[in-house]
Design a protein around this ligand. Structure first.
Ligand code: SF4
Length: 102
């Protein structure tokens, strides 16, 4: 039989899980490299995997975290980008629209 205290603990844990779930929903799913927009922009989830032949101006130090368009928080693994509305780009990702953060 669940006592009152256990019930309250379970309730608060359930609420935390729900809140975490809705935070993920609000941030959106990760952009897939296979998405049409990602392909059009040459997006790679890992900047070290960018095709140097296709994008000769790409530099290894460039990634979403130091791009002017990146909206993720410092230290986060992913964040928003206006070019991929409603989705998340990888912090260590890159695309051909990269613009160095001032
Ligand atoms: S525009 Fe910048 S933040 Fe957005 S995907 Fe391209 S490199 Fe990353």
């Amino acid at each position: 039989m669940t006592n009152r205290r256990e019930f309250i603990v379970n309730l608060s844990l359930g609420g935390t899980a729900l809140m975490a779930g809705s935070a993920v929903m609000a941030q959106g799913a990760m952009v897939a490299e296979a998405d049409a927009q990602a392909k059009a922009l040459g997006y790679a989830a890992d900047t070290t995997k960018v095709d140097a032949k296709k994008f000769p101006k790409h530099e290894a130090t460039q990634n979403c975290t130091n791009c002017a368009l990146y909206q993720g928080k410092a230290g986060a693994a992913s964040g928003g980008c206006p070019l991929f509305a409603g989705k998340q780009v990888s912090a260590k990702g890159w695309c051909s629209a990269y613009a160095k953060k001032a």
